[in-house]
Design a protein around this ligand. Structure first.
Ligand SMILES: [Zn+2]
Length: 404
């Protein structure tokens, strides 16, 4: 057995239903994750089926969706404003899922959402157009763009220390909804899907709300880690002020408690299907897919607003052997859109593709050289997943068709 980094299982297995491997990290609290602790990974049962596929079965056969819709109606009846003022916050990027969430809440449940966005690192053209389309569909939006100097530094540190350039973005994006909700005194916050859909802690799908702990912790410079660096050190060594870090620090718990804030997942109430959300968003809010497939995958409709996005999946490929085509295909297989065989061939064709299109712009954004980029990527490759063959890195294991 070769050494496995990040506490990943040494034996690599692939789900017999979809194409995900047992290397996929499970619920990771990104906030305090230094990249050094073992990560819990997605669970496989005795039949070799992953927990996300098992949950897809539950969605299909066990959940009474009519009952769930009634629960949603009750929740909305409780919170709906009488004068048309904001009664819920929908954080999102103007991608298919947030467009779907805001539109369904308004059109089918009579709500008055305020949409809130944490800006991408570098907008793509289609991403920016979709943002505009979202507003043209009749929603107010607050676009929060973090201090680029600070955000670029944190992104570089997260890449160099954790090989996870998206970490500061994920934190900021997760906090911005509750932060604006607290500011405006709006107690109801609606997220789209629970990540548990994809194989995080699967029991989390049984409840409609997000664990408020993430938002409620007291900001503490001596335990919070951003980009793999202790917040205190960022202040002492990198010339960042405490105020600069505010957008990344938990929302003051007293404010959220005062308004009885609740963070709900729409995916608990309405059966979640990303491709159907895409069709819905196109039909109702002119959401546009990309004209070209995303590098590293075959898809055209998901996560298309940030030029750095393909790099994010390239880092998951290096760390876990799981690239973007694997994530996309696994989800579409579970939702009955493609077969496992189609998924396997898409993974073989696209998963390891290097995102070259915006590479120069991305390294410039992070302020690193090409050599440094590869140094970080190659150091992140776990020896149990990668080997060098004739000077090229090759995956030791890739998903295969099941032998009959
Ligand atoms: Zn599976």
């Amino acid at each position: 057995m070769k050494k496995a980094l990040y506490g990943l299982p040494e034996e690599v297995r692939f789900c017999t239903r979809c194409v995900i491997s047992n290397q996929r990290p499970g619920s990771v609290v990104e906030f305090k994750n230094t990249g050094k602790e073992p990560k819990p990974t997605i669970k496989f049962d005795d039949e070799g089926v992953c927990s996300a596929c098992r949950f897809a079965e539950i969605k299909e056969n066990k959940i009474d969706w009519d009952l769930r819709k009634k629960e949603l109606l009750e929740l909305c009846d409780w919170h709906r404003s009488k004068d048309g003022s904001y009664d819920c916050v929908v954080p999102g990027s103007g991608g298919k899922d947030s467009v779907f969430t805001a539109h369904v809440l308004r059109e089918q449940y009579g709500m008055n959402p305020l949409t809130v966005t944490w800006a991408p690192h570098i907008y793509t053209e289609v991403g920016w157009r979709n943002m505009q389309n979202w507003m043209r569909c009749g929603f107010d939006n607050m676009l929060f763009t973090p201090d680029a100097k600070v955000h670029r530094l944190l992104t570089r540190l997260a890449f160099e220390n954790l090989c996870h350039p998206f970490q500061p973005f994920i934190i900021g994006q997760r906090l911005i909804g509750p932060r604006i909700a607290a500011l405006y005194g709006i107690p109801l916050i609606f997220y789209g899907e629970n990540q548990a859909e994809y194989g995080n802690d699967i029991e989390a799908n049984d409840k409609p709300t997000m664990d408020p702990q993430f938002f409620m912790e007291e900001p503490d410079l001596d335990s919070l880690v951003l980009g793999g660096v202790l917040a205190r050190e960022l202040v002492d060594r990198y010339g960042i002020s405490i105020n600069d870090l505010n957008p990344y620090l938990p929302v003051q718990p007293d404010r959220l408690k005062k308004i009885n804030a609740e963070m709900h997942y729409l995916s608990y109430y309405i059966k979640w299907d990303p491709q159907e959300n895409y069709y819905y968003a196109s039909e109702h809010c002119d959401f546009e897919a990309n004209t070209m497939r995303t590098e590293g995958s075959y898809s055209k409709y998901s996560s298309i607003d940030d030029r750095i996005d393909p790099l994010h999946y390239f880092t998951t490929l290096a760390k876990f052997g799981i690239g973007r085509a694997t994530y996309d295909a696994a989800q579409e297989i579970r939702n009955g859109k493609i077969t496992r065989e189609e998924g396997v061939s898409l993974v073989h064709r696209y998963d390891t593709e290097f995102p070259s299109k915006d590479f120069r712009e991305i390294t410039e954004y992070m302020g690193i050289t090409e050599d440094r980029f590869w140094e970080v990527i190659d150091a992140a490759r776990s020896p149990h997943l990668w080997e060098k063959v004739d000077g090229d890195w090759k995956l030791r294991h890739q998903v295969q068709n099941l032998s009959i």
